[in-house]
Design a protein around this ligand. Sequence first.
Ligand code: SIN
Length: 279
Amino acid sequence: MSDFAVHPYATAIGAEVTGVDLSRALDDSTWSALRDAYLEYLVLFFHDQKLTPAQQVEFSRRFGRLEEYPFVHGIDGYPELIEIVKEPDEVINFGHLWHTDMTFREQPPAGAVLYALEVPPVGGDTLFANMYLAWEMLSEGMKAVLRQLRAIHDSGTPQRHTDTFKGMKMQHRQGSERQITAHPFVRVHPETGRESLLISPSYCHRIEGMTDEESRMILDHLERHATQDILTCRFRWQTGTVVIWDNRCTMHIALEDDLAAMRGDMGFRRVMRRATIGV
Ligand code: SIN
């Protein structure tokens, strides 16, 4: 515990944690400090980690029971871990639009743990947004309107989650079905009691009782509002980095910033291993 330290990463969200080896069992005081930092900073970054699949599962389970990803099957022997792959000639990443994970479910997951197996020296960053602040920084007028509304969150076809990505086609989970649900725009964090804005642009395109055009105007505005620089951080990965985010009050996006692939050349390969924490 003596070297354990938490370093805020940006003003709105995120902290880097040093002095902890996630492959080992955490003692109670380290665990409690980590838990506090998670609730305060919403996303934690840990560099220079070496995690076997079993160790990633064990660490992730400290935060709650693990869920299998509905459209992607798990890696051999670990159904709760999926591999996220971008090949060098691909431009888009899995998670390339702003989203809160799996909001097409009635109970979206509580969080996720992503472990970087292969990342380029530059590029492939992930951005995170603080949705508590996104809610708090709306006008009282807009909050009052949003409190009356619900948005439809739609997974799209199950194939969309794998077939769009070369490296993930083979991982498609057979028999999975499209999922659609409606959520209010504001939700309350079960541990902190704070309200946060719930939008998920990757899955959410319509507001109940409104036309597509009316929905678009409001949803586009909310996306711009929630993803302004002041509410986000941009994280650069290293191989061996572990990131955990609180899906109950954040959004994220895996940037499409592979310029070489965009120009039709060979760009970078990026491989992550992901665990999803259920509620
Ligand atoms: C995800 O959205 O689950 C993946 C994010 C990333 O690869 O940066």
